[in-house]
Write a protein that binds this ligand. Structure first.
Ligand code: GH3
Ligand code: MG
Ligand code: MG
Ligand code: MG
Length: 293
């Protein structure tokens, strides 16, 4: 708990109560110090006096709310005066609660406890939101990016490639005769093969390239800046890696920019069919499709 009050006596009383209740306390003697300490420490709750030198409580509150790092820390205003106006204004400005000085020990602890629970809940919400975000982008079986995330990534990567004049290649990979793996070893064995193909692809591409599960037994690679090694060479490397480190083979169709996302995928898909037709376990990568008129 950060206790900000210019009165040494007030700070001492609050510190005593809070430390006794098991809180760790840091003290600030003015609003400016309060803002600095809030950035520096992992503060759960700020007790903020209204009248203080340098920055008063309102100004300090505004500074705390303006900074992303301190925005979510619940602030409890400490008011010495009888007038309610200050406190109403503070609540409007984003204060979580207020206490009149000198606070009853029980009330102090109840309000600090409530503010602390708010902080914990916020942390929990943020963790869940991050988890959800990850889950919504991830294919549960292989841990790769799912189709939705690949499509998002592809749009952003295309925009960046236009801006920076890089080429962008898309490879679609389809496991050959995968139905046989399921038929012979069962669905679980099939799943395991999907996982090992995914791991093989991830370790064969560069860090900046994205590998995703496009659907079923199909994978996609979005490779940026393929200038120094062509898309065809990358595809051949991936084909060889799968052949030599998993029980299956893949056919790969690819294409590269300049082209809009849907045409790039369509061209890669057409080339994938050509690779299947030509006998599987092979690569067909073609240059940019003609521009749409
Ligand atoms: P091709 O060489 O022409 O691509 O033949 P294929 O057998 O790979 O193609 P087909 O489309 O006939 O079969 C794909 C199979 O992939 C059928 C489907 O049951 C299986 N499959 C799709 N998703 C999964 C999955 O998540 N787990 C498992 N085990 N099998 C899957
Ligand atoms: Mg004061
Ligand atoms: Mg398929
Ligand atoms: Mg297949």
């Amino acid at each position: 708990v950060l206790v900000a009050d210019d009165s040494e006596t007030v700070r001492a009383v609050l510190r005593l109560e809070l430390v006794h209740a098991g809180y760790q306390v840091v003290e600030a003697t003015n609003g400016q110090e309060a803002v600095e300490l809030a950035r520096q420490y992992d503060v759960a709750v700020v007790l903020l006096d209204v009248e203080m030198p340098v920055l008063d409580g309102h100004q300090a509150l505004a500074a705390l709310k303006a900074d992303e790092a301190t925005r979510d820390i619940p602030v409890v205003f400490l008011s010495g005066r009888g007038a309610g106006d200050d406190l109403v204004q503070a609540l409007r400005e984003g204060a979580h609660d207020y206490l009149r000085k000198p606070p009853e020990p029980a009330e102090l602890l109840a309000r600090v406890g409530a503010a602390n629970r708010i902080k914990e809940l916020q942390g929990e919400l943020r963790r869940r939101a991050e988890e959800l975000d990850l889950v919504s982008r991830t294919d549960y079986l292989t841990g790769l990016s799912n189709r939705r995330h690949v499509e998002e990534h592809l749009r952003a990567a295309l925009a960046a490639s236009v801006r920076h004049g890089h080429t962008l290649a898309v490879l679609l990979l389809d496991i050959d005769h995968f139905k046989r793996v399921n038929d012979e070893g069962g669905h679980a064995a099939g799943d395991e093969v999907l996982g090992s193909v995914a791991r093989t692809l991830v370790s064969a591409v560069r860090l900046e390239d994205l590998v995703g599960r496009w659907g079923g037994e199909e994978f996609i690679v979005v490779a940026t800046n393929t200038a120094e090694h062509s898309a065809a060479a990358l595809a051949e490397r991936l084909r060889h890696a799968v052949e030599s480190s998993t029980p299956v083979t893949v056919s790969i169709g690819g294409s590269w920019t300049p082209a809009p996302a849907d045409r790039l995928i369509a061209a890669a898909d057409a080339n994938l069919y050509a690779a299947k037709d030509a006998g599987r376990n092979r690569v067909v990568v073609d240059g940019p499709p003609p521009p749409v008129v």
